[in-house]
Design a protein around this ligand. Sequence first.
Ligand code: ATP
Ligand code: MG
Length: 252
Amino acid sequence: MEPKRLVLSKISSSYYSEDRKLAVLNRVSLDVKAGEFVSLLGPSGSGKSTILKIAAGLLKPDRGRVFANGREVTGAVKVGYMPQQDLLLPWKTLLENCALPLLAEGKPRAESHRRVEKLLPVFGLAGFEGYYPGQLSGGMKQRAALLRTVLIDSNLMLLDEPFAALDTITRENLQEWMMSILHRFNRSVLFVTHSIDEAIYLSDRIYMISDRPGRIVTELMVGLPRPRSRTVVTSSRFLNYKQELMGALAGA
Ligand SMILES: Nc1ncnc2c1ncn2[C@@H]1O[C@H](COP(=O)(O)OP(=O)(O)OP(=O)(O)O)[C@@H](O)[C@H]1O
Ligand SMILES: [Mg+2]
């Protein structure tokens, strides 16, 4: 059996304000195995981002337990977490922002910068290393945040719609690159997306979440062989998966 990198067991979670409780997750159980790419699909507001925050140890659920690499998560854990809103520091350049996780690990500045610089072309950011976030487009900020997340030395990545603000070509390039790097480094990913096509194309497994309070309504194993090429999206297997997920989403 593949070891499990992430396990969420019967998670229920709510947000509390002065006069009300908003139930967001209802007994959500899911896992991500070593080297596995798992997507979370579901309507807006169903609690997908909340699941990632709980998995990263940044939010404590009302009920249920979380394990990362076999250890129970009780506070923030070192994972490659990319929040839905990028968190680049406005007073640091793109290069400095991306180098932050390496510096935090105690790597020397020159080496950290070199490692970032090597990846800039892959993310279409070459030549912009000296720019501040305020001088970058939305998509560029998103790519910088993704580059930074990839540099975090962890076998588990939690990515919250990392490709949402990108045009199709950039999006497809990054999808290809992501699949190659994940394979190379045996990384596991929990990936949030609104796109059924993207989820099928990238994933080994997909969880569909219902409207709030979110619960898992469907779990789909994607049996498309790897490496995958773009033409797979027209195959009858792909279209069958799509139909199944569209049906589940309509009923979610
Ligand atoms: N910090 C917070 N305080 C109070 N309520 C919150 C907070 N964060 C999220 N919520 C509420 O929890 C629910 C789920 O939010 P969440 O961000 O997890 O949804 P989501 O599935 O990621 O949605 P989207 O697809 O739009 O990103 C929403 O109703 C939202 O208003
Ligand atoms: Mg979200």
